[in-house]
Write a protein that binds this ligand. Sequence first.
Ligand code: PLP
Length: 462
Amino acid sequence: MHRFQTIIEPFRIHSVEPIRFTTLAQRSARLAEAGYNLFALHADDVLIDLLTDSGTGAMSRDQWAAIQHGDESYAGSPSWYRFEAAVRELFPFTHVIPTHQGRAAEKILFSVIGGPGKVVPNNTHFDTTRANVEYTGAEAVDLVIAEGKDPACLHPFKGNLDVVALEALIAARGAAAIPAVFVTITNNSGGGQPVSLANLRAVRQVCDRHGLPLFLDACRFAENAWFIHEREDGQRGRPIKDIVRDMAALADGMTMSAKKDGLANIGGWLAMNDPELAARCRNLLILTEGFPTYGGLAGRDLEAIAQGLEEVVDEQYLRYRIRSAAYLAEALERAGVPTVRPAGGHAVYLDARALLPHVPPLAYPGQALAVELYRQGGIRGCEIGTVMFGRRPDGSEAPAAMDLVRLALPRRTYTQSHMDYVIEVVTWVAARARELTGLRIVDEPPALRHFTARFTPLTPAP
Ligand SMILES: *Cc1c(COP(=O)(O)O)cnc(C)c1O
């Protein structure tokens, strides 16, 4: 049988949502009103929204049908049992605690295990994870391998945790100061790069030597499993579910946002084997989220997640999903647009600092590029650079390690022709990058400024 090469969307469209076309003049006006901050736009004024892949995906027919089965009993709803079984089918931890999203799971867990004097290592903390660790007075330490910090380096598992650095941290601070070791799969803040099973085993061995629990921040576990399937020795041909279970078997617990690989619009959970830890977390859950059989969720949300967890480990889905990001990245590379390589699972990151060398980091090249992609093509990406990370706690400002624009891909939402349009717009803007000027911040809040800061464009040099 001939093997056809084209990887197609493994679904057909059942219900459509219009997107709204605007003119260049309208977008220029919207930008000025929004203070050149893309978070301040009305989403109706965005043509292709690549701001985030969190909660923005399309649900399937079967998920919408599952929603009709949602049972809203306060305690012991059948929807809870279906959710718990679906989670434990992939992650057989003894205790599963539902939450309204990932950060609620983090808030509860770190309230119990964090606190002053504690240190939490992770390959790279996601921003809400870091914030929840630090809020308790604990320290969040990032220990991704060196290759994971070099945008051009083509390592297959750039999300791996540096086990030598982990040993050094344990030696320096003492195992008693470390309540848990975290590994984020895939490494979102490090470009959506995967972690290998071999690396998870190595981290597990270090944890065993020092009696430390290992937790997964498992938001993109299925995408990570697919990369293992494709790239790790001896893993090709194994069912994705088995690879997920192998990852789970190496850990003592997990935090999860169902807005990512739960294929749902809201939801999350916390899971672990330790019964005492689970009891303390459930007590906090009741205080802030809800009764332990619904957490912060409606019964219908539990149903949508349970169904999503069955669909997300489908090989045809994952092949299409990972190929979509690679397709966009490869076309941009061919057009000479610098990106973080290799493409991650959920997004393509444009290297704005390399593309706009004439715009210094403190004039925000990532913001300048993101604004221009919206102005020219109605595409909304997200600056991940000096706007997001440049303001230090002491009030000073310094360039971030990189100035990137993330184009995140919502799951099952845009088609290949949408991506061809994105490629055309990015290529066109990149060819005129020399004409772009930076921006200046005219107003910013004391923390997390990227969400609400207002900017004004710097006038072009004469
Ligand atoms: C999104 C995300 C979270 C937080 O989840 P929310 O549902 O947005 O609260 C935590 N960790 C990682 C790696 C994430 O991508």
